[in-house]
Design a protein around this ligand. Structure first.
Ligand SMILES: NC(=O)c1ccc[n+]([C@@H]2O[C@H](COP(=O)([O-])OP(=O)(O)OC[C@H]3O[C@@H](n4cnc5c(N)ncnc54)[C@H](O)[C@@H]3O)[C@@H](O)[C@H]2O)c1
Length: 373
């Protein structure tokens, strides 16, 4: 049996019956018939159709094999340009996340980030913001780095407020600071690192979440936008990682880095076309692997987290503009839902912590099972 909505079933089924098949389970013997005779099964599964419609479907099925496989293809009509600053809503801190050590919740001491200073790029919004909050809740001080310093400052205050509210009587409040950087610009990165070191004295951990995606079919992707996309996703990761590694090596200190890639670095998303983004995230994943080898002798671990479809203000906007996408995306996720930013709090904390001392060069996919089907 192929479960309703499974990718194996969708791939095997002729196009006209797919949408129905997504809502029902088809026995294997019936499925085998479908494979052998698409036209015959279209009729037997969907019931009788008017002769004209049948003929039309038959000629479609036999005249063009291009109908088959359409659920596994990109759709050039989907075009999404990354929105300009100020068009997305601001976030609220996650509530009820606890504070490691502040409450009597048993957990491994090695998972604590107490005493560490972490930098999160792209930390003013979306996944970076929630991962940053998870890092603070796990005991570290945090430097939020973002193009949007105003939002970073606002979120730094909100994180402190939520720690105070959730942990009355807390002895030491974490230090959370906000800093401007354009991660794709070497000078901006260098002055940001100097500023962070001026305020925190050291950096132990780095999460590179600054990055973005856009959707254009490849033959129409404006080259300046593509260069910017790679500049932020790839150069930005490289520039921050090497700057933090230099600092750690000078200090002769161990450190841990997590690059935020994407499952798009390993698979090709459908139906939205985004070849340059996919290639950029493949580069991020392999950069993590390559640097993990180069810096192992310095005690610096480098791992990648590859999220699947996560519901953030940005993805919500994309879904608002393309209402059919959510159903298409979730139908491909074994867990049957998009991820929430909170789903990354544990993975990033684990990889930054001493509990992951022997984990380096790994790619941790947090995708609800998307990439294993
Ligand atoms: N949201 C998803 O479904 C998803 C899935 C997989 C991977 N990712 C990756 O996760 C990361 C975060 O995505 P998000 O959904 O939170 O995006 P987002 O747009 O909500 O947040 C990105 C943050 O990065 C900042 N930023 C953008 N360009 C910058 C630059 N040049 N310098 C410094 N900061 C910059 C933005 O101001 C913003 O605060 C990205 O790398 C993205 O590719 C997201």
């Amino acid at each position: 049996m192929f479960p309703a909505g499974s990718r194996a079933l969708r791939r095997a089924l002729p196009n006209p019956i797919r949408s129905r098949a997504a809502t029902r389970t088809i026995p294997l013997n019936q499925f085998l018939k479908i494979r052998c005779s698409p036209f015959h099964t279209t009729i037997s599964l969907l019931g009788k159709k008017p002769a004209a419609e049948r003929d039309n479907q038959h000629s479609k099925a036999s005249s063009s094999s291009s109908d088959g496989g359409s659920y596994a293809r990109t759709d050039e009509s989907i075009t999404v340009e990354y929105p300009s600053e100020g068009t997305l809503p601001s976030s609220q801190p996650v509530s009820g996340a606890g504070l490691a050590g502040g409450k009597l919740v048993p957990t491994l001491a090695s998972l604590s980030l107490k005493g560490k200073v972490a930098v999160v790029t792209g930390g003013a919004r979306g996944l970076g913001l929630v991962m940053g909050q998870g890092i603070v809740v796990s005991g570290a001080d945090l430097a939020i780095v973002d193009l949007n310093k105003g939002e970073a400052s606002k979120q730094a205050k909100l994180i402190i407020e939520s720690i105070k509210q959730n942990n009355p009587g807390i002895q030491r409040l974490p230090r959370v600071t906000a800093h401007y950087a354009d991660v794709s610009d070497p000078e901006s990165v260098s002055s940001c690192i100097t500023e962070v070191l001026g305020e925190h004295g050291k950096i132990d951990s780095l999460v590179t979440s600054a990055g973005f995606t856009e959707n254009f079919e490849a033959i129409k992707y404006p080259i300046d936008r593509m260069r910017k996309l790679w500049g932020v996703n790839v150069d930005g990761t490289y520039l921050f990682a090497t700057a933090v590694a230099r600092h750690l090596m000078e200090r002769k200190a161990k450190g841990s880095m997590v690059f935020i890639g994407s499952m798009s670095g390993s698979i090709v998303n459908v139906p939205q076309p985004q070849a340059p983004y996919n290639a950029a995230k493949a580069a991020v994943r392999h950069l993590a692997a390559s640097l993990s080898v180069e810096w192992a002798k310095a005690g610096i671990r480098v791992n990648c987290i590859s999220p699947g479809y996560m519901l953030t203000a940005l993805t919500q906007k994309i879904l608002d503009d393309n209402p059919d996408l959510k159903q298409q995306w979730t139908s491909l996720i074994p867990q049957g839902r998009m991820g929430s930013p909170e789903d990354l709090m544990g993975p990033v904390t684990f990889l930054l912590s001493d509990a992951a001392s022997y984990v380096t060069g790994a790619d941790l996919r947090v995708d609800g099972g998307y990439t294993v089907t």
